[in-house]
Ligand binder design. Structure first.
Ligand SMILES: Nc1ncnc2c1ncn2[C@@H]1O[C@H](COP(=O)(O)OP(=O)(O)O)[C@@H](O)[C@H]1O
Ligand SMILES: [Mg+2]
Length: 277
């Protein structure tokens, strides 16, 4: 089954959110490559049927660096910020009850096979495509020298900004895909929005560069909404994150606006997830 939706307008997103929230959830199977319990399901509401990924809170593996039972909230908060900020990177996501209890339910995206390699890749140094931005040199277990690199695309630079905003602790290449219309989507935002700096990403290629105007504009707008008590985004985030996490979010945005530049890695931990794809 392919998805009926390619959420391209606000009205369509609103319609999808209705289906995600109120549709009847039926489990189809389990995703074996997930680090937490991630179930593939179908949702039906009226004459609409669509595929989703459902991550029950109960199936979240405890992590040393994130509070227990909060990953689904972070998935939902990442969607809210992606939508309100206009990044439109995270597929529509809601928090709701399901056959295995409350969890996040996210629209399934039919990814074009192998498209990730046109965005992020690990290659031998001699195979680095001109125009790609190298991020990290490494050695595989068998001694082969490789480079982690990504394309120099404005859509990816936009993801890099989004990841700074949500403090994404795990932006791997495989979590970035293209759909058949060429739209870029990002998944797996459960380990984000912590109050402490934890940015870990493959997208460091623009570190120190000036932020594009379009990014500054959305950051400015978002900081306005966040500093307005009672604004829809503030009210929604208050249900999903702690006050300290919301405060840190506002500070990260303020930091980006103050410097006007993409940040570089800090020294607190590995800056690139491994494996990077
Ligand atoms: N909305 C989505 N549409 C399509 N594929 C997805 C979606 N969300 C996750 N996936 C894929 O499902 C698999 C497991 O999801 P992931 O988010 O990594 O789970 P976990 O939270 O357990 O790490 C990954 O291969 C990921 O690329
Ligand atoms: Mg994962």
């Amino acid at each position: 089954m392919t998805n009926l939706f390619a959420p391209s307008s606000q009205e369509e997103v609103a319609r999808i959110l209705d289906v995600l929230t109120f549709g009847e959830l039926e489990i189809e199977g389990r995703l074996v490559d997930a680090s937490n319990l991630a179930l593939l399901g179908q949702l039906e509401l009226g004459d609409v049927r669509t595929r989703v990924i459902y991550k029950p809170v109960r199936g979240e593996r405890p992590l040393w660096d994130f509070p227990d039972g909060t990953l689904a909230d972070r998935e939902a908060a990442a969607f809210v910020l992606s939508a309100v900020g206009g990044w439109n990177l995270v597929p529509p996501t809601v928090l709701r009850d399901g056959p295995h209890g409350p969890g996040s339910v996210q629209l399934w995206v039919d990814a074009v096979e192998d498209a990730t390699a046109t965005l992020v890749n690990v290659v031998k140094p001699a195979e680095l495509v001109p125009g790609w931005l190298p991020v990290l040199e490494a050695q595989l277990a068998d001694g082969t020298a490789v480079v982690v690199a990504h394309a120099d695309l404005p859509e990816l630079a936009s993801v890099a900004v989004f990841d700074v905003v949500i403090n994404n602790a795990d932006r791997k290449g495989s979590h970035l895909v293209l759909d058949e219309f060429g739209s870029l989507w990002g998944f797996d935002h459960g380990v984000s929005l912590h109050a402490e700096p934890k940015l870990r990403t493959v997208l460091w290629g623009w570190a120190g560069k000036a932020l594009p105007e379009a990014e500054l504009a959305r950051l400015y707008a978002l900081s306005g909404w966040l500093s307005t008590p009672g604004s829809p985004v503030s009210v929604t985030l208050e249900r999903l994150l702690t006050a300290a996490e919301i405060d840190a979010l506002s500070q990260r945005i303020a930091g980006l606006l103050a410097t006007g530049r993409f940040p570089g890695p800090n020294s607190r931990g590995p800056a690139v997830p491994w494996p990077p794809l």
